[in-house]
Design a protein around this ligand. Sequence first.
Ligand SMILES: O=C(O)CCC(=O)C(=O)O
Ligand SMILES: [Fe+2]
Length: 491
Amino acid sequence: MASVVQTVKAGSFLRDAVSIGTAATSSELIHDAETSGESLQRHPLGVRPSGNALTADQDLSLSMGVFGQIPDSLLLLLLEFLDQDALLKLSQTCRGLFAFATHDQIWRELTLREIDSEVLWRGSWMSSLLKRSTRLPDIDCRHLYSDALYRPFQCTYVPLEPFALNVPNHNQIPMLKDLSLDEFARNWSDKPFVLTEPVRGWSVFKEWDEKELLERYGQVKFRAEAVDWTLTNYVEYMNNNRDESPLYLFDRGFVDKMDIEVGVNGAYRSPECFNEDLFILLGEHRPDHRWLIIGPERSGSTFHKDPNATSAWNAVIRGSKYWIMFPNSVTPPGVYVSDDQSEVTSPLSIAEWLLNFHEEARQTPGCIEGICHAGEVLHVPSGWWHLVVNLEPAIAITQNFVPKSHLRSAINFLKNKPDQVSGFRSTIQDPYALFMERLQDAHPDLYESMQANVEKKRKWEEVVAAGDEGGADRGGFSFGFGDDGLEEELS
Ligand SMILES: O=C(O)CCC(=O)C(=O)O
Ligand SMILES: [Fe+2]
């Protein structure tokens, strides 16, 4: 599931991607970064970026035997295949291999791969897996030059605020005090915006903070990427980890787990302007559509589109989130998408994307950005790319919905991309057929107009196919219906 863009809610699951890597950094560059105010954390063992090897008179990789000849990022990948005993033995062979075999990212992979049950967080993945505190001995690795080891530290400590500041005027996400259902349908269903006031009456907004949640739900298990951890354990992790891409709590079952009511008299409710939601017709068969999101600073979601061509709102209860978004037709810089959009590859971490692509992204036409603060709700229109990063520890609730203006996109998605449809229970064989049946019962007029649309598309495809017969080469020009193209062309 990891790399299928449309089939996951959270981009944080899309991290099995290619590392594009930051430019090799020399010690002079490190110095410059220090004076320019960029974060410059010394690697705990003193490992330095690979550029330093060019002028060095010592090199620890020369004593690593055959391992010293393998590119550092490949070596890390190979070490991920070892078990904990082998890693510990290897770490005792020489200083260079000590740095590689104790690299905490490897221990994270090992833990997440090997341990089914909950692992008690002890401040690092290595300590947590070994079930004891493992303060690493102070071994001097200043003469080990490795971007693969150094870069995650650079990314972990890079300050995020500068990326969220000085947003150019034309990129600014609109901030609205309030919006009616009607105004939303008329003018706003295709545009990102932030509602600045809707959350204030919610009891979750008044009551939820870390302390309160721990008291009430400390022993409840929530999903954080591939693991189910108690909230107490997750909060320990959240407050004391150095992961470049922190594990993100993203739980779709929170309403039941926390035993809360949703709606007018409930703990929270959808803001009025988002209340038209045609996926309600699916009743108990509707796909996953609401999530509790908790994460530390630096956690967030890498670029993705929301599932099944739905729109979403995202309410920040605590903390703040920086959002950067692009319309359907603009693939964000640094993101690579397969033709059918089922595969998305982007740099390994959010910080890495920010360091390498944020500047270019900001200048790309269509870019929309802004900060959503506690008490505010952000709208993500159907089909929009978005990357989100928590600027401070954050709690949020998000919900997906299908307004009438995006009904065609959702239907086309269910019909034409069945392999990318997500969130339905496995007992639902044909989500498209089920939805059309429900639509026909509840809104026959709407059903008719959607059917007419499908018929127009079928005829169009016949015409195009006929034109294609004979194998004429049309050169560079191609003309077809994407999901949204269909909507634009035929509505
Ligand atoms: O809060 C986040 O990390 C963003 C979640 C998201 O992608 C969404 O709500 O659609
Ligand atoms: Fe999303």
